[in-house]
Design a protein around this ligand. Structure first.
Ligand SMILES: Cc1ncc(COP(=O)(O)O)c(C=O)c1O
Length: 373
């Protein structure tokens, strides 16, 4: 059983769809492109969604290269490994970044964001990671941060690769110019697609000078004809369409509440097992539980593996110091219960707490998800 922060265990019908291969210039595939964009626009609450063949990094880089102008002043908030990668893309775009850094496990409060923007009145954009997969902390109140930035007229670029689907987020209504994600996270599809939700304003802010593969304007122009500019990962599109249907079958709101409930439960059993977690109630992630285990990270990972559960180690500065448990995609009461029994067995602790009802998948979807291997 994989409890890593992506890729994730996918429903059977999603896995099956990933094997389909058809002509990408056929009517059958055009219907997939149109329906996938329609469903994902509803999920992002956005004007458009660019459908890209590649990983989350492609979604982030295409957002950066298509939305930011060279030499533009961009505030970048960094608080972990993926924030550093976002910053690297912003630098490579040739912008003039103003970088603010928090130690791993910490995050910026709305007041801090306000004062950073007050110090940078000439900035025209802000870019940050919504949910730091490397540390298990997140901007829980994304709406507030966007409101502060939008109130100053900034373009807002959000890397929500591991956040999308696991939190409330409304691209158009809140005024997020672009929000990037990947197929293999809370959306629970197979790896291979990057998706960028764009607000109406985000679409008008698209630049022309990005390299073709990163050029969102070009991608949207082809999507207007229900096509993609280059050969897409056909099977991944079919799989992601099925994943989007299941997202709506569950309900977008119910999905983010399930993530919140399951993550909160995993934190509870981890703390009771003696873990010292990164973050606090104000910034805990809904998709990644990260912390210092009561035995060495290597032993923790090894002992869980012996019981058939795969979790991840730390990244960057936290390599070999912490472990990270992915609580995303189809994770439900059955998966977290299996983790609970394993932790109880390894650490000889009493973990007699049941997962909350919100951590369950709807029965029709649960039938499709196997946690036994
Ligand atoms: C926040 C964040 N940004 C970017 C990425 C990069 O995504 P990918 O590995 O799909 O390229 C990840 C991957 O875990 C991530 O969690």
């Amino acid at each position: 059983m994989m409890l890593i922060p992506g890729p994730v265990n996918v429903p059977k019908s999603v896995a099956l769809n990933s094997t389909i291969v058809v002509n990408h210039r056929s009517e059958k595939f055009r219907n997939v492109v149109a329906e996938l964009e329609r469903l994902m626009k509803l999920a992002f609450s956005s004007s458009r969604v660019a459908l890209l063949t590649g990983s989350g990094t492609l979604a982030v880089e295409s957002m950066v290269f298509s939305l930011l102008k060279k030499d533009e002043k961009v505030v970048v908030l960094t608080y972990g490994e993926f924030s550093e990668r976002l910053l690297d893309s912003v630098v490579k775009r040739g912008t003039s970044p103003r970088v603010y850094k928090k130690p791993f496990g910490d995050i910026f409060s709305p007041e801090e964001v306000k004062s950073i923007l007050d110090e940078n009145k000439d900035a025209t954009s802000i870019a940050f990671v919504h949910n730091e997969t490397s540390t298990g902390v997140a901007f829980r109140d994304l709406r507030k941060i966007v409101e502060i930035a939008k109130g100053r007229g900034l373009k807002v670029l959000v890397d929500s690769v591991s956040g999308f689907g696991a939190y409330e987020a409304k691209v158009n209504e809140w005024g997020i110019d672009a929000m990037a994600t990947g197929s293999q996270k809370a959306l629970a599809s197979v790896p291979g697609m990057g998706l960028v939700g764009l607000s109406e304003e985000g679409v008008t802010n698209l630049q022309d000078d990005a390299p073709n593969y990163l050029n969102l304007k070009l991608h949207l122009k082809f999507q207007d004809k229900r096509e993609t500019p280059f050969t897409p990962a056909v099977g991944v599109f079919f799989a992601t369409l099925r994943a989007a249907e299941l997202l709506h079958q569950e309900g977008v709101e119910r999905r983010w509440r399930r993530h919140e409930a399951c993550a909160s439960y995993v934190r509870k059993i981890a703390e009771r097992s003696g873990f010292s977690l990164l973050g606090n109630e104000s910034n805990f992630s809904n998709t990644v539980v990260a912390g210092f285990p009561p035995i060495s990270p290597k032993s923790m990972i090894g002992e869980l593996m012996k019981r058939g559960i795969e979790i991840s180690g730390g990244m960057g500065e936290l390599r070999e110091k912490v472990v990270r448990i992915g609580v995303l995609g189809m994770v439900d009461d059955r998966a977290v219960s299996r983790l609970r029994y394993a932790l109880s067995d390894i650490l000889k602790v009493d973990l007699s707490i049941e997962p909350p009802a919100e951590c369950k998948l709807p029965e029709s979807i649960a039938q499709e998800v196997d946690w036994d291997n």
